[in-house]
Design a protein around this ligand. Structure first.
Ligand SMILES: Cc1ncc(COP(=O)(O)O)c(C=O)c1O
Length: 453
């Protein structure tokens, strides 16, 4: 124990200067991330957020077109969700030797909204935790070992989730991962059937639209056909709707596009409106009973924070608002409008390779520039992101596994005027061209890197 402990109080932390908070983050959290944010000059100190808007300590405002990577479908700090959480604040904050009555209501609502007989919910906090719950459910149910997932898939960073992830970058760092996990190309039914033929597959886990892989939409009907194949060979179909769920793709759940009925659905991110972490793995009564319906197994799906009253309050209110305001219809409508406008940009700027995605989960894929060196290519997206933030007040990012794909993923409450402003800003940025954009970084650290051969 240190002799003269000096802790920072909440009030002091809240008031700390930008410089001080960056220093502490760099020293105690993640120096590499701090360096990257500084390099791209996107290390703002945001002090307030409301809806699509963020405000920094210099009085500047920004529109958030990355929206918590799918966690902020209602925008920042939705007042009705905050109020619901406040209203639940006199309930026991955690109750493990007993159950809280909001949990059952939320599970009942999920069962009402999801297709088929998906009636049983297991609760967690983060997305990856729900992925673990789903994988474990499949093994406990089937007594089979194998999991099939897709190239380029992203399911989170816990060991199970990494084992069914498609990124070699992560595998290299953390391996060896779970055994008996194999990947196939996304959208490829033949490869899926080949893997299933052995009759030893516990589950096929898949995102209905690949998110971090770069907003990749599978062929029409793929999910339904995958469901049919899985069932023919006795494997479960797990749909990871963590990023696509609650209206993001223009339907309440992306599985609706193909009419797919999976055996397990995983949800998180916008379920708690980004206000409180919550995640769920929802399955059928038959699967749940066989996997966990015994005195020595019912507690294998319980965690300390899973389904706590505050999180359930946020989720119940989020679902209410999402349905009442028809946010899926809105995402479909404004998504269509956004895509049309972005397609027009593509026809104007050779730097844009493709516009893809569904609803308001859109990706702008960049062409790798033919001029400049590797450093320029590697920093192309950070350069555009920095320009958009500092010159136009638009916050975006690239997809984690696709560094050349920019996110166009605003809250579903975004207006057409706000979309127009973002597209006009992209137009202005692309009009500068790679050379013009690079030159604007002058002698800054990023400018020097970009110009290096
Ligand atoms: C489809 C998908 N699955 C799982 C996860 C992991 O969620 P978390 O970061 O909350 O663990 C993510 C996160 O981006 C995701 O997009």
């Amino acid at each position: 124990m240190k002799e003269h402990r000096q802790i920072i109080t909440f009030e002091e932390a809240l008031k700390s200067t930008r410089r001080n908070s960056i220093e502490l983050f760099k020293k105690h959290v993640n120096p590499e991330e701090a360096n990257l944010l500084k390099l791209a000059n996107v290390d703002k100190r945001y002090i307030r957020a409301e809806g699509i808007y963020l405000y920094d300590d210099e009085g500047k405002s920004y529109m958030d077109f990355s929206a918590g990577y799918g966690a902020l479908n209602l925008g920042h700090n939705p007042p009705e969700v905050l109020e619901a959480v406040r209203n639940a604040s006199s309930l026991p904050s955690i109750l493990l030797a007993g159950y809280n009555h909001l949990m059952g209501a939320l599970a009942a609502n999920l069962s009402e909204l999801l297709p088929g007989n998906l009636t049983m919910t297991a609760f967690g906090s983060g997305g990856a935790e729900a992925v673990e719950l789903a994988l474990k459910t499949a093994r406990a149910y089937s007594h089979r070992k194998k999991f099939i997932s897709c190239h380029n898939a992203y399911h989170g960073l816990t060991f199970g989730a990494l084992s069914v992830g498609g990124a070699t970058r992560y595998r290299r760092v953390f391996g060896p991962l779970l055994e008996h996990c194999e990947t196939i190309p996304f959208g490829d039914l033949e490869s899926l059937e080949q893997k299933l033929r052995g009759g030893d597959v516990a589950a096929f886990i898949i995102e209905p639209v690949q998110g971090e892989g770069g907003a990749i939409v599978p062929p029409c009907g793929y999910l339904k056909d995958a469901e049919e194949l899985c069932h023919r060979y006795g494997a479960l179909l797990i749909l990871d709707e963590i990023q696509t769920g609650f209206g993001r793709t223009g339907k309440l759940f992306a599985l609706e596009y193909d009419g797919a009925v999976p055996d397990i659905v995983i949800l998180s991110k916008s379920l708690g409106a980004g206000v409180i972490p919550i995640s769920v793995s929802v399955t059928t009564e038959e699967i749940w009973k066989k996997a966990f319906g015994a005195r020595d197994r019912f507690d294998l799906v319980i965690s300390t924070f899973g389904g706590n009253p505050g999180a359930c309050a946020a989720a119940l209110k989020t679902i209410e608002i999402t349905l009442r305001d028809d946010l899926s219809g809105r995402a479909a409508d404004i998504g269509r409008y956004s895509k049309e406008r972005l397609e027009m940009l593509k026809s104007k700027h050779s730097l844009i390779k493709e516009i893809r995605g569904k609803g308001l989960m859109l990706g702008i894929e960049l062409n790798s520039p033919s001029i400049g060196g590797a450093a320029l290519r590697e920093n192309l997206a950070p350069m555009i992101i920095s320009h958009l933030l500092n010159n136009h007040g638009i916050l975006t990012s690239y997809y984690d596994l696709a560094p050349l794909v920019l996110r166009f993923e605003p809250p579903l409450t975004v207006t057409k005027d706000q979309v127009d402003k973002a597209v006009d800003s992209l137009d202005a940025a692309f009009s500068k061209g790679v050379v013009g954009l690079g030159a604007a970084f002058g002698k800054s650290a990023l400018g020097r890197i970009i110009r290096s051969p």
